[in-house]
Design a protein around this ligand. Structure first.
Ligand code: PMP
Length: 425
């Protein structure tokens, strides 16, 4: 352990938990895109719902704080069923299955979904939770003693180039040729990519999958609450709920919805399968009553006019920020600093180099702007970036100051040909 930590420290890549979350700083980093994690009205509604649940549970002397067990034992209560039914109809899918976190859900789903002889194709930028799930699944295939499965059929997964439908299509052809007509092929993508902020070309991906008899899994972690009617995500925004290739979507509640937990929405068959094979679901204590109440009330709250108001303000701020940054960056072409294309709350400004990105983030933080750097291994070396996250609760004035500070830093950094120094401006 010591050696591993020393190795990180020697390359300037040691990570530490922040001691405080920059008190009083302007939030350009949290995933609280709609400001719901700090919304008193939503907090009140969750409290009221928790009280309602408690009084109903007390009548039967049932639990109303912790779920008391894993779902297949004591942890499936009337309220778990009620909330899952509600979420299924909210996301317009046949069934819903709640998980403690999006990480658990992706890890468990991608580890258990494919059987030996099947394969999962995945975008090269999918989240670590999916990558770890794929690795676990690959391990399962490798150690499968299924005599009927030849070595070549132990192929488990294949990566395709980010958002590249041709690359996906060629992988689909390859795996179909290798595995045969009976193989199940899955395609794992995200609606909005967490490090770049760009959208998946979802309807083209679904069409390509349909042409090869594959089915698509969409992680809507960063689109839930932000995109689509009532914040239902990209699948609904693009009207793909009934696309023949769409298998399921994953919605998380810890980002725009301001609370915690995740739900898998899809066909009943998939739900039944996960209840039987998805280890993080089976072997973990079920979500608490308060978690469930938060998920339900947050989804309900942001579906309405207040959610629409927050979404449209957020999208307006994205526009303001990009326009201002375009102006700031236009004079600095060739510097390697580049704002990646994104119409979402996640705006990534490439600042290549570990020290440089650390320096600019520290300089911004020193003047009360909480912007965080992303560095390897979270992003590839050379693609270090500032991940500027915009929120409903940011003001245009805050955006103006941020762009000004960034612009000053970029100027100084170019003049010095080095690390810049926004703190001095
Ligand atoms: N998927 C994506 C794309 C994510 O960005 C994250 C969280 N960073 C997760 C899944 C995990 O969700 P949770 O935070 O609920 O564990």
């Amino acid at each position: 352990m010591k050696r591993a930590l020393q190795k990180r420290a020697s390359t300037g890549k040691l990570r530490r938990l922040p001691e405080t979350v920059l008190p009083g700083a302007v939030d350009f980093t949290s995933n609280d895109y709609l400001g719901l994690a700090r919304c008193p009205e939503l907090a009140q509604r969750i409290q009221d719902e928790s009280r309602r649940v408690e009084s109903l549970a007390r009548v039967h002397s049932g639990p109303f704080i912790g779920a008391t067990g894993s779902r297949l034992l004591s942890g499936t209560t009337w309220y778990h069923n009620e909330v899952e039914n509600w979420l299924a109809s909210f996301f317009r899918r046949e069934s819903a299955l709640v998980f403690n976190s999006g990480y658990d859900l992706n890890l468990g789903l991608l580890a258990c979904l494919s059987r030996p002889g099947d394969a999962i194709l995945f975008d090269e930028l999918v989240h670590n939770s999916s990558v770890m799930g794929l690795r676990l699944g690959a391990w399962r295939h490798l150690h499968s003693d299924s005599a009927s499965v030849s070595k070549s059929k132990k192929l488990h997964s294949m990566v395709f180039r980010h958002n590249d439908v041709d690359s996906l299509e060629s992988r689909l052809e390859k795996s179909r040729a290798l595995l045969g007509d009976q193989a199940l092929l899955f395609v794992a993508v995200e609606a909005v990519y967490s490090m770049d902020g760009d959208l998946a070309p979802l309807s083209q991906i679904c069409d390509a999958a349909a042409r090869h008899g594959a089915c698509v899994i969409v992680d809507e972690a960063h689109s839930t609450g932000v995109l689509g009617p009532g914040g239902r995500g990209l699948v609904c925004a693009e009207g793909l709920e009934d696309h023949p290739a769409l298998l399921c979507s994953i919605h998380t509640f810890g980002k725009a919805l301001g609370c915690h937990g995740a739900v898998l929405c899809g066909p009943q068959l998939l739900r039944d399968y996960c209840v039987n094979y998805c280890a993080p679901f089976i072997y973990s204590t079920a979500p608490s009553f308060h978690s469930l109440a938060s998920m339900r009330l947050a989804a309900e709250y942001q579906e309405g006019p207040e959610g629409d108001r927050r979404r449209s303000r957020l999208h307006a701020l994205v526009h303001v920020f990009r326009k201002a940054m375009d102006g700031a960056l236009v004079k600095r072409e060739g510097s390697g600093h580049r704002l990646l294309p994104s119409s979402t709350a996640i705006q990534a400004l490439l600042v290549p180099g570990n020290e440089r990105v650390m320096a600019v983030a520290a300089a911004l933080q020193a003047v009360g702007l909480d912007v965080r750097p992303l560095r390897p291994p979270t992003v590839p070396a050379g693609k270090e970036r500032l991940r500027v996250v915009l929120h409903f609760h940011n003001t245009e004035e805050e955006l103006r100051i941020l762009v000004q500070r960034l612009s000053d830093w970029l100027n100084e950094s170019l003049m010095e040909g080095g690390s810049g120094g926004a703190g001095s401006t």
